[in-house]
Ligand binder design. Structure first.
Ligand code: C2E
Ligand code: CA
Ligand code: CA
Length: 739
């Protein structure tokens, strides 16, 4: 209301708001706005510009007028006749009439005199509704001194109306350019607006859907539910949706004109009106493409790229599902099989990753086809086979009758994997022999939850692995062992850097019992578990890679001790240190050794590194490379092959190793009654002599052993017959007496 009464300057936005709010009250039908630009072509009207104009007699009697003139005052075209002969002054509010009259006369006078062109009278007009509106009346004359009078509504109303029109047009363009279908429905679910994009999505022309129920766009079976949802969106405003748990958009199935069903996403906006005025705007998007992409992503997320088998996440989900189903069916049995290829690492390292990949793919193929074949006792689906990474595969048997079924499947797999893998490559066909170890956990006997089952199947596999090429069912006893291991792992971690570790030194002597060297041997006393011998924890430290920090610590400690011994006058002693294969594999071993030697100002000649025969024989070529690097970086360093004789290595390799020392394993020395052992000892001794190696016998406990070995040319001895491994202080004491 205030708009029409006021003639002061207004903020534009404020006006728009106000105008919108009074649209109803002043029956300002938006449609009417359009007629502004539609001027009737009639000879009694002069060509129009933006203003209303009229012809008047000199005393202000209206003769003719145009449509816009009527608009300014809020009258319809039909009432134009009643204006004729009306006095202009009647359109001016009472309280302004006097001043208007004065200005009018001055203006007319000026025109008549020819010097009053474009006199503007600013006053208020009386709108049909009774409100005053600010107007400007311009009185002008041409050379013939004819009067032209025009009237203009100088409130912002018109500009606002134009802005509204423009904004409507904008919306229309927007709706038409949108690639999403836009549909508006009223509370009877009848579509009252649709944009052209409905054609693209639904194959209907917009005219075909307008004035029809929105239900035609959805499969009838679904629409019942959708309708309920739409109602919610209809009545619950945007701002309240969150509170009521409504999503900003929903995914539904749509129905095209040609009968095709397609996935859609609909987002909603509703107007704030009530009753008939309330409108729900649905923005509808075809998400078939997105759904496809999502499916593809999901596939990728749940499958192993190399073999296309399911991956760990998929196993996890499927296992959850089986467990859930088993909750309902208490008599059901299932099994989880953990498979690990035997010897895969060796193939992968020696033949290369490409070959490794081929073997893995072939393994996947063998698994799926040997388990699928019809005539077998147990058939399983491709979907039940998973690859967890590396050479670890898993099988979920979702239904078994008895535990033997799982054993039958396991046997079948083992047989199939044992067949040689014929691998083409590098221009020839290579035959590769592989094996597989399988652990079986029965569901629900061996675990009612996913993690326990996975752990137990893994434990069983780990036990099977010790034998190789076999399967094992999980047992409680395995679990205890696994638990032990777990405790040790944790113990090792907590003991790192805590002072629970120490190093003992066992002298290595010559034939006369003179101490030549020392072997550093680690000792571990855990605060709760007590003393734990290295044979029990070194393997675990290797599996967990904790051997790396532990090994480094041993080397530092042993070198520090050696330096002290040198300073105490035993400068000809050297130190022998056990190095795990894992340490040898590391590129930085050579540099680490060098750094430690430099730190204690020790010469490389005073250090020997012991590598076990089985360790270096697993990947001999790699080992040779690493050994050479070690020697290159630390000139004068010596390498000993430890536990020699246990690895059954082809002796020819030994000549290729850049080693100086050979240690005969104590199992041969300790059991010299066995003629086989004697043979082995003899051949090691003669081989070593031929290669010019120093031979050290370990585990010498008796005089007879010493005598036999010395007679055959063994140079050095280590064992309880001479010394047990000693604490550093005891060693210092011993050396003092020794001299
Ligand atoms: P190894 O390298 O063969 O060490 C010799 C083992 O034989 C030591 O056992 C030693 O105490 C024992 N021994 C010495 N003389 C005799 C004897 O006359 N009779 C008998 N029966 N045994 C004797 P220990 O200290 O228990 O170490 C066992 C194994 O643990 C070592 O065997 C070595 O492989 C490993 N180990 C020990 N310390 C370390 C270390 O710092 N790093 C690594 N990587 N391995 C270590
Ligand atoms: Ca050793
Ligand atoms: Ca040894």
């Amino acid at each position: 209301m205030s708009l029409l009464q006021s003639n002061g300057p207004y903020r534009f936005e404020q006006k728009v708001e106000e105008l919108e709010s009074i649209l109803d009250d002043v029956s300002y039908d938006i449609q009417l706005l359009k007629t502004y630009h539609h001027i009737e072509d009639s000879s009694q009207y002069l060509p129009d510009n933006d203003n209303g104009w009229f012809k008047v007699t000199d005393d202000g009697k209206v003769l003719t007028l145009n449509e816009l003139f009527l608009e300014v005052f809020g009258y319809s075209r039909e009432s134009s006749l009643s204006f004729r002969k009306k006095m202009l002054i009647e359109l001016i509010p009472d309280h302004l009439q006097q001043s208007f009259q004065a200005q009018w006369e001055t203006a007319i006078q000026a025109c008549r005199n020819g010097n009053g062109r474009d006199t503007v009278i600013k006053t208020n007009g009386l709108h049909r509704t009774g409100y005053e509106i600010p107007i400007a009346i311009t009185v002008a004359s041409d050379d013939t001194k004819r009067l032209f009078v025009s009237v203009k509504d100088v409130s912002y109303r018109k500009e606002i109306e134009k802005a509204l029109l423009a904004s409507r047009e904008n919306y229309r363009v927007l709706a038409e350019t949108a690639t999403d279908a836009i549909i508006q429905i009223k509370n009877d679910f009848i579509i009252h607006f649709a944009n052209s994009a409905v054609k693209k999505i639904f194959a209907y022309k917009k005219e075909e859907v307008e004035n029809r129920n929105i239900g035609i766009l959805f499969p009838a079976s679904r629409y019942k539910n959708y309708k309920k949802l739409f109602s919610k969106y209809f009545f619950i405003d945007d701002i309240h949706r969150k509170d009521t748990g409504l999503q900003s958009s929903i995914e539904v199935l749509g129905l095209r004109k040609d009968g095709e069903v397609l996935p859609l996403e609909i987002s909603f906006g509703n107007s704030s009106g009530v009753g008939d005025k309330r409108i729900l705007t649905c923005i509808i998007r075809d998400i078939a493409f997105r759904k496809k992409a999502e499916r593809r992503l999901k596939y990728l997320a749940y499958h192993d790229k190399l073999t296309s088998l399911g991956n760990r996440d998929r196993l996890s989900e499927n296992l959850d599902q089986v467990l859930q189903e088993m909750q309902r069916d208490k008599s059901r049995k299932a099994a989880l099989l953990f498979l690990d290829l035997d010897g895969f690492k060796k193939v992968n390292d020696s033949l290369g990753h490409e070959m490794g990949d081929i073997i893995l793919k072939e393994t996947a193929r063998r698994l799926s086809d040997c388990l699928r074949s019809e005539d077998q006792v147990y058939r399983i689906q491709m979907e039940d086979i998973y690859r967890l990474g590396g050479d670890e595969f898993t099988l979920l048997l979702p239904h078994i009758r008895r535990s033997e079924d799982a054993a039958i499947v396991a046997t079948r797999i083992i047989d199939r994997i044992l067949e040689p893998f014929m691998i083409k490559g590098y221009g020839s066909i290579t035959n590769v022999n592989m094996g597989v170890s399988i652990g079986i956990a029965l569901i629900p006997d061996d675990g009612a939850d996913k993690n326990t089952l996975l752990r137990n199947a893994d434990t069983a596999m780990y036990n099977a692995k010790e034998q190789g090429n076999t399967y094992m069912f999980f047992t409680r006893e395995m679990n205890n062992r696994a638990l032990d291991r777990l405790m040790m792992e944790e113990g090792l971690r907590s003991s790192l850097g805590s002072g629970d570790f120490s190093v003992h030194y066992q002298p290595i002597v010559d034939e006369n019992g003179t101490i030549k060297a020392l072997e550093a041997l680690i000792r571990w006393t855990h605060p709760e578990m007590g003393f734990i011998p290295p044979d029990r924890f070194i393997g675990i430290a290797e599996d967990t890679r904790l051997i790396l920090p532990i090994g480094k610590w041993v080397m530092e400690t042993a070198c520090r001790s050696l330096k002290k011994l040198h300073l105490l006058g035993n400068s000809d002693l050297y130190m022998s240190i056990n190095i795990s294969t894992l340490q040898l594999e590391r590129e930085d071993l050579a540099a680490n050794v060098k750094a430690i030697l430099e730190k204690f100002k020790l010469d490389p000649t005073s250090l020997t590194l012991e590598l076990t025969e089985t360790g270096v024989m697993t990947y001999p070529e790699t080992a040779i490379r690493k050994m050479k690097l070690l020697l290159e970086v630390n000139k004068g360093l010596r390498i000993a092959i430890d536990d020699f004789g246990t690895g059954y290595s082809s002796l020819s390799y030994l000549s290729k190793f850049p080693v100086k020392n050979l240690k005969i394993d104590k199992s041969f020395v300790g059991n010299m009654d066995d003629s086989n052992n004697i043979k082995i000892i003899n051949s090691i001794l003669s081989l070593g002599q031929n290669l010019g190696l120093n031979i050290i016998a370990e585990g010498v406990e008796e005089k007879s052993q010493l005598e036999y070995l010395a007679k055959r040319g063994c140079h050095y001895f280590q064992g309880y017959y001479f010394y047990k491994p000693l604490r550093f202080d005891d060693l210092v004491e011993e050396l003092r007496n020794h001299r």
